[in-house]
Design a binder for this molecule. Structure first.
Ligand SMILES: NC(=O)c1ccc[n+]([C@@H]2O[C@H](COP(=O)([O-])OP(=O)(O)OC[C@H]3O[C@@H](n4cnc5c(N)ncnc54)[C@H](OP(=O)(O)O)[C@@H]3O)[C@@H](O)[C@H]2O)c1
Length: 327
């Protein structure tokens, strides 16, 4: 009898169920026994149908992240038994995704999990961790290697991991979010100060300059409000749109303070940057610290309800999806 496995299947926008299926949804060259996935804001948009994330025909398995063990491979660079991670690159959007126990994935962005990092920790971090690390790497590239860093959307997956990484790197972190019940957690992760959302309209083009850099996971009005408060030659790494997609600004922070606004897209990040970022994540965050970043571990059955809560703003932060069941 052919072995079956469990997959979350979207039959249309906002309509999903768990099914037992007999083959992987994808047709990539590397067959992976998926152990963990995660729930990112983008996954929540895809599952609830709140935004058009899925670019493939239904039925479709979403999930932009996966980590597990290679079972079979058509490519000699991936050997059965190796632990691998895939985040973004069209996974769960154009290619059948991570909410499954078995997936045949494309190899372009498929990476070996760094030595010393567990498969579980890799997915506690996932796309959010990669995005946070890439954001900090951009700050460093622009000379912001110390000082005071504002993190917007600090209660979220990207924000929380950024707070931890920045604190571990010795920056002074100001964590901004509206989830005041998570302020204590953020302080425990290393935030020197916690402040509410900064979503006030940026009424003046230049304000008191108080941040050397910004890791912006909120976007919209939060980003508009942050730009006039960045110090001379500071840098803002922008990755999010939870607070909106529109940006209201003037040229003055750029031409009078020489600040840089740098965009982060973890989805299309080149392999070389990913390798550096995952290596640094392994060095900077211990297994124990990764646990502190986790809100909950859930099963495939729970994914839809967590996604609904996430788009409603009621479930910020990292949710690990464990696919563990007998296959
Ligand atoms: N560019 C990339 O490569 C990339 C990668 C990953 C994620 N992202 C984006 O980054 C953002 C965060 O993703 P995530 O997975 O970390 O999400 P998450 O865990 O669900 O967290 C959402 C965050 O957004 C904040 N937020 C929600 N509505 C807001 C508003 N109106 N004003 C200000 N803040 C608001 C929440 O803070 P409160 O406590 O204030 O509610 C929370 O911190 C999303 O926009 C996501 O699409 C981008």
């Amino acid at each position: 009898m052919k072995q079956t496995h469990e997959s979350l299947i979207l039959t249309g926008p906002g309509q999903c169920s768990i099914a037992r299926v007999s083959g992987p949804g994808g047709d990539g060259p590397v067959l992976v026994a998926v152990e963990y996935s995660g729930i990112n804001y983008k996954d929540a948009l895809a599952i609830t149908g709140k935004a058009k994330i899925v670019r493939a025909p239904f039925p479709f398995t979403p999930g932009i992240d996966l980590a597990g063990t290679v079972l079979e491979s058509d490519l000699e660079e991936y050997v059965p038994g190796e632990r691998v991670v895939l985040t973004g690159g069209g996974l769960g959007e154009r290619f059948s995704g991570g909410y499954t126990q078995l997936q045949a994935v494309p190899s372009k962005y498929l990476l070996k999990i760094p030595e010393g990092m567990s498969t579980r920790t890799c997915m506690i971090l996932g796309t959010a961790g990669l995005t946070a690390m890439l954001s900090i790497m951009v700050l460093e590239d622009h000379g912001v290697v110390a000082g005071e860093i504002l993190v917007t959307g600090a209660s979220g997956g990207v924000g929380m991991i950024a707070v931890k990484l920045l604190a571990n790197l010795g920056y002074t972190v100001i964590a901004s979010c509206g989830s005041t019940h998570l302020w204590h957690k953020l302080q425990g992760l290393g935030a020197a100060r916690t402040i509410n959302r900064i979503n006030t309209d940026a009424s003046r083009p230049l304000m008191h300059a108080q941040y050397d850099g910004v890791v912006d996971a909120a976007g919209g009005v939060a980003l508009s409000a942050a730009l006039p408060q960045v110090r001379v030659h500071g840098c803002v790494a922008a990755s999010g749109n939870a607070a909106g997609a529109e940006l209201n600004t003037t040229v003055y922070p750029f031409i009078l303070r020489g600040i840089t606004l740098a965009g982060i897209d973890s989805n299309t990040a080149p392999v070389q940057n990913r390798l550096i970022a995952w290596g640094r994540l392994q060095t900077l965050i211990s297994e124990q610290e990764a646990d502190q970043l986790l809100m909950a571990t859930v099963s495939l059955e729970d994914v839809a309800s967590v996604c609904s809560a996430k788009v409603a703003g009621k479930a910020p932060g990292r949710f690990l999806v464990s696919t563990a069941r007998e296959m």
